[in-house]
Design a binder for this molecule. Structure first.
Ligand code: MV4
Length: 508
C-alpha cells in the first residue's frame, strides 16, 4: 500500500480523499494556491505545499509543479480528485514516467474516453448500445449527408467536447449547415480540435449513470446506477440512487454494459458510464468519466462500499475484494449540491466570507464540504460549498430526511442554493419521480424564483402524493412532524435575532 499520497485538488473532494487516506493509515500531502492557505484540506493534511497563484492554470493545473512537489516530499501516489488534472491522460503518463503512481486509469484510457468519437467506436465494438450516429469524425458534407440519412432532429457534437460543450440541436433542415459550422467553430475555439460527429436527438432523455470499479486482477464490477437528470445548464443539482423506476433486470443490463465498456479499455479504479435513457427505457452510452465523481457518495450510501478507498487500493495493485454477487443495494440516497449561488437572482455567484456554518446532523445524514465558519468562497474555483447526502430506507424517507436536513443547514455570509433545494424537495413532479433532463427548465422557471406552479390535474396529483407521504410519516410515527406548519421547515433555524433569543430563553 502507498505510504504517502499527494492530493492534487482542493475543497470537499480533497477533504474526502484525505479522510480515506487517514482511515487507511496513509500520510496526506495537500497543495494550495495563494487563496487556499487556510483551506480545510490544508488544515486536515499532514504536510502542505504552495502551488501557485489563485487561477487554476497557475496552480492546481500546473502538471510539472504538482509532480515536482510529489517527488520532493516523497509521495508515492497522486490522487487527482475530480476536475483540474483528473482526466488529463498526459498528466497520468507524466506521473508514471516519473515513478509516482496516478490513482486512476492509464493515460491512454483517459484519452480514448476523452475523444467522444473514439469512445463511441470502442463501445460499439464492445457491444455497448450507443446513440445512433456516426463513429467517425465528419467533414461538413458528410455531416449533412448523414443527418439527412438518419433524419432530423439530430445533435451535432464536438468530438473533444463532453458535458454539453460544443453541442448543437438541429430540428429544421435549413439550420443544419449553419449548426455544423458553428459547432465546428466552437470546438476549435474551446478545444483546439474541430472534429465533430452527428447523433440522432433523443427527446426528453434521462441521465442515468453506472458506477464501475476495476482492479489489476481482472475484476470489474458495477455498483448500480445514479439518476442525474436534475441539472441546470449541464450542471448537476440533485442526484439520487437508485434511479426512478429502474428494475433489477434493467439495472443488470445497464450494469453489464458498463462493465463491458470498462473491460473493453482495460479500465482501472473508479469510473462512471453515462447513459441517456429514452421514454421507452432504452439506454445509450453517452460518455465515460474516468475519475471519482461528485455524486459518488450516494452510491456509497446504498452499497456501503467506500469508492475512494477502492480506487486507492486498486491503484496500489490490491484486489477489489468485492464480487458482483456481494454488491447489495439497500434503501435510497439523495444528494443535494449546495452552491454559493443566489437562486433568487438567477444563480449569480455569491462569493464571500462564510460567517455561520452549521451543517445538519442526525440519522442518515452525511455532509461533505471543504468550508467552515470564517472560510472565504472565492470566484476562482467551482462554487460548490457542500454536498448533503441523505439516506432513507426508501425514497420517501430519503426525501423527508433531505428536507429535514436542509431545514437544519445554516450558512450565513453568502447566498446558497439551499432555498432552491427546499422548493425542489416539495415539487410534485420530483416527488412523483417522473422527471427528465428538462425538469428545471419546464417546472422550476429555469431554476430561478417562484414556488412550483401547480394547476388542475396536477393539483390533484400533488394532493395524492402529499397524502401518501403524510400517511407514510404517520406509519413511521412521525405524525407530529408531518402536521407541523409548512413554514417551520422553511424557517431560518439558527440565525435570526428573535429566534436566537428565544432559543437562549428555552435553554435557560
Ligand atoms: C444528447 C441529448 C439528446 N440526444 N445527445 C448534454 C450533455 C452531454 N453530456 C450530452 N448531452 C445531451 N446529449 C443526444 N443524441 C441530450 C443531452 C442533454 C442532457 C444530457 C444529460 C443530462 C442533461 C442534459 C441536458 C440537456 C441536454
Amino acid at each position: 500500500m502507498f505510504r504517502k499520497v499527494l492530493i492534487a485538488n482542493r475543497g470537499e473532494i480533497a477533504v474526502r480523499v484525505i479522510r480515506a487516506c487517514r482511515e487507511m493509515g496513509i500520510q496526506v500531502v495537500a497543495i494550495y494556491s495563494d487563496v487556499d492557505r487556510e483551506a480545510l484540506h490544508v488544515r486536515f493534511s499532514d504536510e502542505a505545499y504552495h502551488c501557485g497563484a489563485p487561477p487554476a492554470r497557475e496552480s492546481y493545473l500546473v502538471m510539472e509543479r504538482v509532480l515536482e512537489i510529489a517527488k520532493r516530499c516523497g509521495a508515492d501516489a497522486i490522487h487527482p480528485g475530480y476536475g483540474f488534472l483528473a482526466e488529463n491522460g498526459d498528466f497520468a503518463d507524466l506521473c508514471e514516467k516519473e515513478g509516482v503512481a496516478f490513482i486512476g486509469p492509464k493515460g491512454e484510457v483517459m484519452r480514448r474516453m476523452g475523444d467522444k468519437v473514439t469512445a463511441r467506436r470502442t463501445m460499439q465494438e464492445a457491444g455497448v448500445p450507443i446513440v445512433p450516429g456516426t463513429t467517425e469524425a465528419l467533414g461538413d458534407a458528410e455531416a449533412v449527408a448523414f443527418a439527412d440519412e438518419i433524419g432530423l432532429p439530430v445533435m451535432v457534437k464536438a468530438s473533444a467536447g463532453g458535458g454539453g460543450k460544443g453541442m448543437r440541436l438541429v430540428r429544421e433542415r435549413e439550420d443544419l449547415e449553419d449548426a455544423i459550422a458553428r459547432a465546428r467553430g466552437e470546438a476549435e475555439a474551446s478545444f483546439g480540435d474541430d472534429s465533430i460527429y452527428v447523433e440522432k436527438f433523443v427527446e426528453e432523455p434521462r441521465h442515468i449513470e453506472i458506477q464501475v470499479l476495476a482492479d489489476t486482477h481482472g475484476n470489474t464490477i458495477h455498483l448500480g446506477e445514479r439518476e442525474c437528470s436534475i441539472q441546470r445548464r449541464h450542471q448537476k443539482v440533485v442526484e439520487e440512487a437508485p434511479g426512478n423506476g429502474i428494475s433489477p433486470e434493467l439495472r443488470e443490463r445497464m450494469g453489464k454494459a458498463a462493465v463491458a465498456a470498462a473491460e473493453a479499455v482495460g479500465y482501472l479504479g473508479a469510473g462512471t458510464c453515462e447513459f441517456l435513457m429514452d421514454k421507452q427505457g432504452d439506454f445509450f452510452f453517452l460518455e465515460m468519466n474516468t475519475r471519482v465523481q461528485v455524486e459518488h457518495a450516494i452510491t456509497e450510501a446504498i452499497t456501503g462500499i467506500d469508492i475512494v478507498k477502492a480506487m486507492i487500493r486498486a491503484a496500489a495493485g490490491e484486489p477489489l475484494g468485492v464480487e458482483q454477487e456481494d454488491v447489495r443495494i439497500s434503501g435510497h440516497a439523495i444528494e443535494a449540491r449546495i452552491y454559493a449561488e443566489d437562486p433568487d437572482r438567477n444563480f449569480v455567484p455569491s462569493p464571500g466570507e462564510i460567517v455561520v456554518y452549521r451543517p445538519p446532523e442526525g440519522i442518515g445524514v452525511r455532509v461533505d464540504s471543504g468550508v467552515y465558519a470564517g472560510a472565504r468562497v472565492t470566484v476562482h474555483y467551482d462554487p460548490m460549498v457542500a454536498k448533503l447526502i441523505a439516506w432513507g430506507a426508501n425514497r420517501e424517507e430519503a426525501i423527508c430526511r433531505t428536507r429535514r436536513a436542509l431545514s437544519e443547514f445554516a450558512v450565513k455570509g453568502i447566498r446558497t442554493s439551499i432555498p432552491f433545494h427546499q422548493r425542489l424537495m416539495r415539487h410534485p413532479v420530483f416527488l412523483e419521480g417522473r422527471y427528465d433532463t428538462g425538469f428545471i427548465d419546464e417546472h422550476m422557471d429555469g431554476g430561478s424564483g417562484g414556488d412550483p406552479e401547480v394547476e388542475g390535474d396536477e393539483l390533484r396529483r400533488v394532493a395524492n402524493i402529499m397524502a401518501t407521504i403524510a400517511a407514510y410519516k404517520r406509519d413511521k410515527d412521525l405524525a407530529s412532524r408531518a402536521s407541523a406548519p409548512a413554514s417551520a421547515e422553511g424557517a431560518d433555524p439558527w440565525k435570526t435575532q428573535g429566534r436566537r433569543a428565544a432559543l437562549r430563553g428555552t435553554l435557560r
